[in-house]
Design a protein around this ligand. Structure first.
Ligand code: GAR
Length: 191
């Protein structure tokens, strides 16, 4: 059976990238990651991608005149490889209209909070600071706003401790499973 082609965009550690690739290898998702896009040359995700043999496009946005310019380059790469869905996995950058128009309703993101609460780059810390007791993870379609777009899946965890590292690990574990569930929904068009 034909495997769906995915691209993963990441800026950091890449644990979600790895969870997706592993799920593909283990047959939990009938898909393959054909391209990793990274806007931070030197990010740890690139080491992980090398280990799994995923083709990488690492770029420095400052070397392009505009977002439209680098997104045009990326969109062409996605098209050439027949990518059907783009999974943002810790890609700390707003996606602009070039990619959103070419991949309408085909770009999804994962975020470590119960959206629409606690958008942004420090969601877990922000939720802790606010006194939250029910934490969570959200996957959603991507629009042109920060962590915005229609929700696909959510997962929650009750945590009343004070160890942010422990909490972060719990949230990451939820993320890794939730992304697999969401990608299966995309592939089966059940969202
Ligand atoms: C994940 O927790 C992801 O939800 C978050 O970045 C982390 C990346 O971890 N994304 C956002 O905060 C998006 N606003 P990873 O590099 O280990 O996958």
């Amino acid at each position: 059976m034909k495997r769906t082609k995915l691209a993963v965009f990441a800026s950091g550690s890449g644990s979600n990238y790895e969870a997706i690739v592993k799920a593909c290898c283990e047959g939990l998702i009938n898909a393959e990651v054909v391209l990793l896009v990274c806007d931070k040359p030197g990010a740890k995700v690139l080491e992980r991608a090398a280990r799994y043999g995923t083709e990488c496009f690492a770029f420095n946005p400052k070397e392009y005149g505009s977002r439209e310019e680098y997104e045009g380059v990326i969109a062409d790469m996605l098209d050439e490889r027949g990518v059907e869905y783009v999974c943002l996995a810790g890609y700390m950058r707003i996606v602009g209209r070039v990619l959103l128009e070419r991949y309408e309703q085909r770009i999804v993101n994962i975020h470590p909070s119960l959206l629409p609460s606690f958008k942004g780059a420090h969601a877990i810390q922000d939720a802790v600071d606010y006194g939250v007791k029910i934490f969570g993870v959200t996957t959603h379609f991507v629009d042109e706003t920060l962590d915005g777009g229609r929700i696909i899946d959510q997962g929650a965890v009750v945590y009343e401790g004070s160890d942010i590292e422990e909490l972060t690990t719990m949230i990451h574990n939820i993320e890794h499973k939730l992304y697999v569930k969401t990608i299966n929904k995309l592939i089966n068009k059940k969202y």
